[in-house]
Every structure is written in C-alpha cells, then in structure tokens.
Design a protein around this ligand. Structure first.
Ligand code: HEM
Length: 480
C-alpha cells in the first residue's frame, strides 16, 4: 500500500500528536466562541467538479494523501462540501460525544438506499430510530443469538464438504454465499427457505452494479432515469412482494420460529405498540444488506492475510488443534480461541469492510479548532485512521500479536472503530464476531488456503471494501 510514502511529509501532524493523545479523556466539548474559527485547509480540485475526479480515480490514495493537510481537511465534491476527520478525538466528538448535532451523510439518504432499506435502523433518524433500536436490540443480545452458532458451523461445514484438494476457488465468492445463507436462515428460519433464497439472490444481483461505483459519484448518478435504475426499481418491487408475503404468513401462523423475524414480530414498545409490516420489511432488508457482505468481506480479507503470513497461519492452526482437537467448534469454544479473535481484529484494522463513516452537521459547530458550517458532510475513514503510525507501530504490518489487552486499552477510543461507535454502533457486532470466528475455525481446521499464482488481488472501495476480482486460492486439506 502506498500509505507509508506520505508519512515523512507530515511534520505538523506529528508535532501535534503527543499533546492531543494525552488529553483524550478530558476532551472538552467545543462550542462556538465569539471569534469564528477558521475553515480547515484542503485540496483545491477542479474549478467545477472539485475533488470528485481524483476521488473517483483513486479513492483510497486520495483520502490518504489528504491527511497531509492535517487532521481536519476540507474538500469540495461539485456543490457539496465535505470534511475529512482523521484524529480519534475528533471522530469521538462527532460519533459519540455530540451525536445529536449530526445525521447520517447524504450518501445514505440517496434514492437507491432508501428504496432498499426505507426507514430501517441504518438510515432512520431521531425518535423513529430510537424506537426501532429499542425494539430490535433484544434480538441481538448474546443469549438470543447464541442459538445461531450451530447454524453458522453447519453451513460452513456443508460448504467445505464439496471442496476438493488442490482446486482453485474464489474464496470471496464462497464467503459471500456462505454469509448469505447464514443470514437467510437466521432471519427467516428454514420454513420459507425458497422465498428467502430468492430474496438473497435478487438482492445480491441488484446491489452489484451500484456497489461498483464510488459512493459520492452515486449521489449524482442516482437521479437519472437510466435503464439500470429502472431495472433496479423493478427488482426491488419483486423483493418487497416476497418479504411482505413472508411477514403475512408468519403473522397468520402465529408460530415463534426462534429466528430474528419472530423476535422482531414479537417486540413490544413500553406502550404495547409493535412494528408495522412496512417497518418490519425495512428492518429485514436492512439486516440483509448490513449483515452479510460486511461479514463475508472480513472473512475474505482474513483468508487473504493468513495466506501471506505463514507464521500467523501456523499459530492459528496450532490454536485450533489445541482447543478443538479435531471436533467442530461450538460457542463455548469462543473464549478460548483468543488468537483467532486477535487475527480477526487485526484483519479488520487493515481491511475494514466499512472503510468510512459519514455524517452531516445539523448546526454549525467547531471541530479540532475549525469551523464546520451546517450541512457539511463529514467523513471519518477507518481505512486511514486505523493505519495511522501515531497509534499503530508498523501500521502496514499484519501483526495480530499487537492486540494485547494493554495495547487495546491504551489506544484512543476512536483509533480503531470497524463497527462505528456511539449510539449508532453496529447492532450486529456480536453476531458478526461470533460468525467470523466460528467459520474461520470450522474451515481452518480442515483446510489451508494458499494464494493462487497469477491472480493479483486488488481493492475496490465501493459501498464497502471489496476485492475487485475476487481472491483466488488453492485449497489443501490439513492433516489434523
Ligand atoms: C464484520 C461485520 C460488520 C461490520 C464491519 C459492520 C460495520 C458497521 C458499522 C461501521 C456501522 C455503523 C454505521 C454508521 O455509524 O454510520 C454498522 C451499523 C449497523 N450494522 Fe453492522 N457491521 C457488521 C455486521 C453486521 C451484522 C452481522 C448485522 C446484522 C445482522 C449488522 C447490522 C447493522 C445495523 C442494523 C446497523 C445500524 C445500527 C443503527 O444505526 O442503530 N451489521 N455496522
């Protein structure tokens, strides 16, 4: 990655760092003083398009280079002003200390996203979001989701049953299929498997063309009545019909299937009110969309990193052999699969599936000594901050051993935030970590994955951080 070549040219940032790092806990809540704070520096860009061409050409390189301007950077995308925040203290201010002054960025309010997930948890705001979060939260408690551990192991097991030694596989495609099957089963259980599989298939088809565009480019494109957009709306209609039918059948049967849909159907607010069909549909779609690709990407990048780091891979296999001794993993094994957990943390540091968070300022405020006008779009990039040498020694190295409790405890809170933070923290984070570790353990116990020669892996920063042409691996059976 080209990141390190920019480090020497940032003396101002490094001089600022030590003082700021010490004061994380006592960070003052900044208010607007009598003298207006200055606007932050940033790249000029094209007179009309602003930084859009450069951003679309090389998204990750661009957001890395922008850090040369400092910890708060201003950039213009056509008519939209965006700030990039690189320092954990400033990220904490937006996401966690003062979240009421921010709503989700306009990219999440686009027609495309709204048509798919409506007013689901990811996109809703204010009182509606609060109520939905309150209703959905119990469905994600550790105890409730523990019932899904067996489903996760079972599907991983079925997948590898057809793997043949020495064959070349696209591990990213495998992981996408696997996590889709798992989310389908855990949301809808088996009784509606055909319908649910259909939803999964249609959904993964329709997000494909959009996922391959840079987010901000999409803001502009999505207003055009192109054939692709018309197709998208037709497919979305098909999904709606299926999901509404599943909800109606479930309401009619009155049976508790023990899946996420049953839990959402049964959820009551304090006044006894429940979710409407529309709200249930929006949440189901949100969980589909938020829950499967992110998890698949974490798994794919983890396999990619393991294949390139034989010493880590050896330790990983050693832990699986010690803890499991050849049997399938269960939930009870998770606390003992400590090194596997560190591997996942480190993989999500280097390849965060959600590589940026976006917010919009409701009222003018001040961040890091700079003025933030209302409606400014604010972006915070896990991709850059989680590779910042001020917080992570040898930031480009895949080094799971760094994740000791002391190290994690000494980090500024928002130096590492793959699941976001504050009130909008990922509701599925425990579910995801459970799934990732169980799948890694099930597969890693039986197979070793080596990168296929002549298939370079490159990154496509779309809605999430994808491998552009998949990740081809040669699978070899392990002797346990
Ligand atoms: C490795 C896997 C995952 C990653 C990296 C991830 C990442 C994130 C991030 C960064 C956010 C915060 C977005 C923001 O603040 O703007 C988020 C929110 C969310 N995630 Fe995840 N996620 C993962 C897995 C899941 C799973 C498995 C589910 C559900 C089954 C899920 C459901 C959600 C929902 C519903 C929200 C919105 C929460 C709210 O605003 O109240 N995620 N996720």
């Amino acid at each position: 990655m080209s990141y390190s070549k920019f480090i020497p040219s940032r003396p101002a940032v490094f001089e600022m760092a030590p003082g700021r790092m010490k004061s994380v806990e006592e960070l003052p809540i900044r208010s607007i003083g009598p003298a207006r704070a200055p606007l932050p520096p940033g790249p000029q860009g094209h007179p009309i398009l602003g930084v859009m061409p450069e951003f679309n050409r090389d998204t990750l390189g661009f957001i890395e280079r922008c850090r040369d301007y400092g910890d708060v950077v201003r950039a213009r995308f056509l008519y939209v002003t965006a700030y990039f925040l690189y320092h954990p203290d400033d990220i904490e201010y937006v996401v966690s200390t003062n979240p009421r002054n921010f709503v989700k960025a306009m990219s999440l309010r686009s027609n495309f996203f709204h048509r798919l997930v409506g007013n689901g948890l990811l996109t809703s705001e204010g009182e509606l979001w609060k109520r939905q979060r309150r209703l959905a939260q119990p469905a994600f408690h550790r105890q409730r989701i523990s019932a899904y551990g067996d489903v996760m192991v079972d599907y991983a097991q079925r997948m590898i049953a057809i793997w043949r030694p020495s064959e070349i596989r696209d591990i990213h495609r495998d992981m996408m299929r696997l996590t889709l099957e798992i989310v389908v089963r855990t949301l809808f259980n088996a009784d509606v498997s055909e319908d649910a599989d259909k939803v999964g298939q249609v959904l993964s088809q329709i997000v494909k063309p959009f996922a391959s565009q840079a987010t901000i480019k999409w803001i502009l494109d999505n207003r055009l009545p192109t054939a692709a957009h018309r197709r998208f709306h037709r497919e979305a209609q098909k999904i709606d019909e299926i999901v509404y039918r599943i909800i109606a059948d479930r309401r009619a049967s009155g049976l508790d299937q023990g899946d996420l849909l049953s839990m959402l159907l049964e959820a009551h607010d304090e006044d006894g009110s429940q979710m409407t069909d529309k709200q249930l549909r929006d949440e189901v779609m949100t969980l589909f969309l938020a829950g499967h690709e992110t998890t698949a990407l974490t798994l794919s990048w983890t396999w990619y990193l393991l294949a390139q780091n034989p010493l880590v891979e050896q330790k990983f296999h050693g832990e699986l052999d010690d803890v499991l001794g050849g049997r399938l993993p269960t939930l009870e094994d998770l606390p003992r699969l400590k090194y596997t957990d560190m591997i996942v943390r480190e993989a999500m540091r280097l390849y965060p599936p959600a590589y940026g968070l976006g917010r919009e300022a409701i009222e003018e405020c001040e961040i890091g000594g700079f003025r933030v006008p209302r409606r400014t779009q604010i972006f915070m990039f896990q991709w850059v901050t989680q590779r910042d040498p001020r917080f992570f020694p040898e930031p480009e190295a895949f080094h799971p051993e760094r994740w000791t409790e002391e190290f994690a405890g000494s980090l500024p809170k928002y130096a590492y935030f793959p699941f976001g933070g504050g009130p909008r923290f990922c509701i599925g984070n425990t579910f995801a970590m459970m799934e990732i570790v169980l799948v890694l353990a099930t597969i890693g116990q039986r197979f070793k994955l080596a990168l296929a020669p002549d298939h370079p892996v490159s990154i496509l920063p779309a809605m999430s951080l994808r491998p552009r042409n998949g990740i081809h691996v040669i699978v070899e059976k392990r002797e346990v």
